[in-house]
Design a binder for this molecule. Structure first.
Ligand SMILES: [Zn+2]
Length: 274
């Protein structure tokens, strides 16, 4: 694991992490078991007031998080990883489980680059907010397992396809998987393929400190847009962190720390945060 979690995590989370990492990769099964670290199995639920979803974080520095959905892609994701590495930028990848299965080597390369994973379901259904719990939980569990098995790193948050999520789903995603639900503040609509220059302009004009930027690493124009986009954001003074780092900086009810330097992060979200 590439130390995705911040340095200090409460004992419960540390235990959960060990349990998760040591568990053998589950073969496909008709019965989906909730992860062993879920709070409900311990008689716990997220306390009222816990923030379950984010489109931005309230940070005190110029920090932003850029996210890439729907990959891995056979050629575009490796190109993107080179672009990110050349700028020492860490991003968060909301990968699709079935594509992780197809591209395990690229998944490992994402992890090797120091990036963070998020869970974006197994099949990318269009309206998951309308799904019953059991089939959606199965998608989430399979995706969690395949990312962990192929990269050694667990996904740390959930992004619903299309932003489609119900309040009830947010609650069990957090209770059972430790996932906050991550939406976005900046949407360049790059999936409509408006052209690289338009993607760049939209992101540069809309991004503010604490924002979560949405993009997709399966569209050529998005990848073409990234050098100018990332250089433009850096030139404006923004600094890139992963989603867990950004949320950790912003704090949530129950958190006491406001951290402005990612190197000093000591708190994170999830079941171990309270
Ligand atoms: Zn998506």
């Amino acid at each position: 694991m590439k130390a995705k979690f911040p340095l200090v995590i409460l004992a419960a989370a540390t235990t959960a992490l060990v349990v998760t990492q040591c568990a053998p990769f589950k073969k496909k099964s008709a019965t989906v078991m909730a992860p062993k670290h879920n709070l409900q199995s311990q008689g716990l639920t997220a306390p009222s007031g816990t923030q379950l979803s984010y489109s931005h974080a309230n940070v005190t520095g110029p920090y932003i998080a850029i996210t890439f959905d729907d990959g891995p892609h056979a050629s575009l994701t490796p190109r993107l990883l080179d672009i990110l590495a050349a700028r020492n930028i860490k991003a968060t990848f909301y990968v699709v489980g079935d594509r992780v299965r197809m591209y395990p080597a690229i998944t490992r390369k994402i992890a090797a680059g120091g990036h963070e994973f998020g869970n974006h379901t197994w099949t990318h259904p269009m309206r998951p907010s309308t799904w019953a719990d059991a089939p959606l939980r199965s998608e989430i569990q399979r995706t969690h397992d395949v990312i962990l098995a192929n990269s050694g790193a667990a996904p740390l948050s959930y992004r619903p396809p299309g932003g489609s999520v119900s309040p009830h789903q947010k609650q069990w995603l957090f209770n059972d998987f430790g996932y906050p639900t991550i939406l976005w503040a900046v949407d360049p609509n790059d999936w409509k393929r408006p052209g690289a220059a338009v993607v760049t302009q939209r992101i540069l004009s809309a991004t503010k400190p604490g924002h979560i930027v949405l993009a997709h690493d399966i569209h050529p124009g998005t990848i073409e847009a990234m050098p100018a986009t990332l250089d433009g954001l850096l030139a404006r003074g923004f600094r890139f962190v992963t989603i867990s780092q950004l949320i950790g900086m912003g704090g949530t009810p129950g958190h006491v720390a406001v951290v402005t330097d990612p190197k000093q992060l000591t708190l994170s979200f999830g079941p171990g945060s309270f």
